[in-house]
Design a protein around this ligand. Sequence first.
Ligand SMILES: Nc1ncnc2c1ncn2[C@@H]1O[C@H](COP(=O)(O)OP(=O)(O)OP(=O)(O)O)[C@@H](O)[C@H]1O
Length: 252
Amino acid sequence: MTAAAKRIILSAEALLKAFGGNVAVQNVSMAFAEGRLHSILGPNGAGKTTLFNLLTKDLTPDTGTVRLEGADVTGLKPHQIARRGLSRSYQISSVYLDMTARENVWVASYRALAGGALVFWRRADRDAAVRDHADTYLRRLGLMSFADVPTKELSYGDQRLLEIAVTLASEPRIILLDEPTAGLSRQETEKVKRVIAALKGEFTIVMIEHNMGVVMEISDEISVMNRGAVIAHGSPAEIQGNKTVQEAYFGG
Ligand SMILES: Nc1ncnc2c1ncn2[C@@H]1O[C@H](COP(=O)(O)OP(=O)(O)OP(=O)(O)O)[C@@H](O)[C@H]1O
């Protein structure tokens, strides 16, 4: 199915962001279709992270519009965007190293369930519900055997998986993954790749990723940025054969 045939859940429309005289994101428009994995590629400094920050409202664009389910959300704060179902993982792992794996997911689970007036539940029921919720995501990411292990004792790859578990436990509809395989071994990269591929369809995923093999294998569509602008958009096969991309990204 083509992207055009799918419902657009999130979109960037003519976004522009400059830092002083440096235009980091230049008139960028992108549409993210429901249930698809859309990767953003580009060399260092292309503007990918700035675009993420504009989508999550960690940054405000100088001009342009961000739409979530058709509504203009450009003026909203990050927590308001999160409440509307958009959750993000960071390039630098943001899990708490002194907490156990389960405790890390608990925090997001508690927030997700608290939306359902969790505070009024009996304490034992509440704690069991939060634990069940957290365990669902630990299991899903293959981390149950580490549930009670302090996060600092997990391998870096498992810490990145835990980060995805935390992201999912907030029950988003859209997840933004910032370089999920950065710094991982080949084996860990394979594992993270399989996990992300399994989330496709259920979640809309936007992913910045430098590992070309991962991007080409699991993406439904790819946008390529260079010097703040989008220079190509298409399927993995279309991007692989695109001459402009080869010149900009692979140096010729
Ligand atoms: N807070 C900031 N202040 C000033 N300049 C910034 C800021 N954030 C980003 N930039 C600049 O904007 C441009 C785009 O940076 P950005 O981090 O978005 O690129 P990127 O594609 O994510 O790169 P990388 O792959 O290295 O993470 C760069 O020239 C960068 O130096």
